[in-house]
Design a protein around this ligand. Structure first.
Ligand code: ATP
Ligand code: MG
Length: 483
């Protein structure tokens, strides 16, 4: 029993595992309550599903209540006959299940790990503790359903005092975070047309749709059906809209708890229930800023569980070997499209000039190398050249610094590092010498001696890349001296 506690659930995934059971029991009203009472706090998950007869309840309380080999109904979210027990014991030491069917009325059973340890017996207790009477009443008021209660939450509240403000705050914060996890995991069950409500402490859990289905600016690429084990895996790639096409609220929402960058990749659903959110599934891709708009929906059926190595927690899925090449291909195509949308603004930058606008920066490609140039036609540049006052130079620097085309540069250098021009690459050595000499002269003009001025130039960006300037400047000095 103690080993059943070590499946690696988080409180969020543990609650989700119980919601699986409620949804499989066809519940359309599910409520979760975090009741703070210090060390006696409890978490209850109630539903109005089919409920269980007494015999079914006893069976359900057994670890391994059903073999993973057994064929399941197509919409069954379970697999191992373990979740109720492993999820619960990962968070608490007392698990009570109260359930009601139309035919068999209300029944309750409880596992208390301390009793099991003390008696060395698998003693499944009858009934429910007194402090759960309110929950039993609530259940009895409905035609049927089930309430699962976690008490003795040693891993969540420990021995906290009821007046411990910090512990109380953490408990409520956990409730909020569970709500957000459910919002994502079950978003397809929470869509309005499903007619199902889930609440956490009376706050309704809204669906969180990673694909922004309501946004018209997104790109839905061609769906693919990949055959697997007599069935099919449905893959639907989506490229989310560029930030500029979303309202601030939509943008914020789509970034979720984890942020845009970490949410790119595959979303694997088993019977519409999200198992893995935003992951490249070990197919050899990295999460990179410019691919962040790529999200790919993958739908699998519960008969493929073994092939995808679904675990008890339903928070892992590994693509079977035969699908890897196909998934990699889809990912590549989606990523290419995602970069196009992401860099759209960058393209605009280059096109602006054609349209008569004045970008501060231009992207140049010369001899296959990409470099960037401050636009000589930009009014601030023109002004600084024609009226070179301190203020105009400062204005120019401000504009140059404030408009560095970072997205454009980072995409180009991540995609084709070998094509990026190095400092002053492609600039003729004459031009470099002229610039260096001008700087040298102005330093000499300000009273520095030959050696100091020469060395200053050679340690000034970008002249440090041109050690041959040493000779040039030395010769220059000799010429000066000779003249
Ligand atoms: N809320 C519920 N309403 C009705 N029946 C339930 C409920 N929760 C559990 N059960 C019954 O208890 C059984 C055991 O649940 P448990 O979560 O341990 O395993 P499972 O759902 O079959 O598989 P998995 O380990 O993959 O979750 C279920 O198969 C179901 O018959
Ligand atoms: Mg289950």
């Amino acid at each position: 029993m103690e080993s059943l506690r070590a499946f690696g659930y988080t409180p969020q995934t543990a609650v989700a595992d119980l919601i699986d059971n409620s949804i499989t029991a066809t519940a359309d009203r599910i409520w979760i309550e975090f009741d703070w009472d210090g060390a006696d706090s409890r978490i209850a998950i109630g539903d109005n599903g089919l409920g269980m007869t007494e015999a079914e309840l006893k069976q359900a309380m057994r670890p391994g209540s059903m073999s993973p080999q057994e064929k399941r109904a197509v919409d069954d979210l379970g697999r191992f006959g373990l979740g109720l027990k492993t999820a619960s014991f990962s968070q608490c030491r007392e698990l009570t299940v109260i359930t009601k069917t139309k035919a068999d009325g209300v029944h309750a059973r409880q596992w208390d790990l301390d009793t099991v340890v003390a008696t060395h017996e698998w003693r499944l207790l009858h009934g429910y503790p007194e402090n759960c009477a309110d929950l039993a009443e609530r259940l009895d008021a409905q035609p049927r359903g089930t309430v699962v209660v976690w008490q003795h939450l040693d891993r969540i509240v420990g021995t906290a005092d009821v007046d411990d403000e910090d512990a109380h705050r953490r408990f409520l914060e956990l409730a909020r975070s569970v709500r957000s996890h459910l919002s994502m995991t079950f978003h397809r069950f929470l869509a309005p047309r499903e007619g199902r409500t889930v609440t956490v402490n009376d706050h309704e859990v809204p669906p969180w749709d990673p694909f922004l289905s309501r946004s018209r600016a997104r790109q839905v690429l061609a769906a693919e059906e990949l055959p697997l084990a007599g069935g099919k895996v449905v893959v639907q790639p989506v490229v989310l809209p560029h930030r500029s096409k979303l309202t601030a609220e939509e943008f914020e929402l789509a970034s979720g708890e984890r942020g845009w960058n970490s949410l790119q990749g595959f979303y694997v659903y088993r019977n519409k229930r999200l198992l893995v959110a935003g992951d490249w599934l070990g197919l050899g891709f990295q999460k990179e800023e410019h691919y962040k708009l790529a999200r790919i929906q993958v739908d699998i059926a519960n008969e493929m569980d073994a092939l995808w190595q679904i675990d008890v927690r339903k928070s892992m899925a590994q693509p079977p070997g035969v699908l890897r090449a196909e998934l990699r291909r889809v990912a590549k195509v989606t990523r290419v499209r995602a970069v196009e949308v992401y860099r759209h603004r960058g393209k605009i930058l280059t096109r602006q000039k054609e349209k008569g606008l004045s970008p501060a920066w231009l992207q140049l490609v010369m001899h296959g190398k990409v470099s960037y140039q401050v636009n000589r036609d930009h009014p601030a540049v023109v002004e600084a050249i024609e009226h070179p006052s301190a203020q105009n130079v400062r204005n120019l620097l401000k504009i140059v610094e404030g408009t560095i085309p970072i997205p454009l540069i980072s995409i180009a250098s991540a995609e084709r590092p070998e094509e990026q021009a190095g400092p002053f690459e492609g600039v003729s050595s004459n031009e470099v010498s002229t610039l260096a000499t001008a700087l040298y002269k102005s330093l000499r003009g300000r009273g520095e001696d030959h050696v100091a001025a020469r060395d200053r130039v050679l340690t000034t960006d970008p002249f440090q890349y041109f050690p041959e300037l040493y000779e040039v400047l030395d010769t220059h000095d000799e010429q000066e001296a000779g003249a």
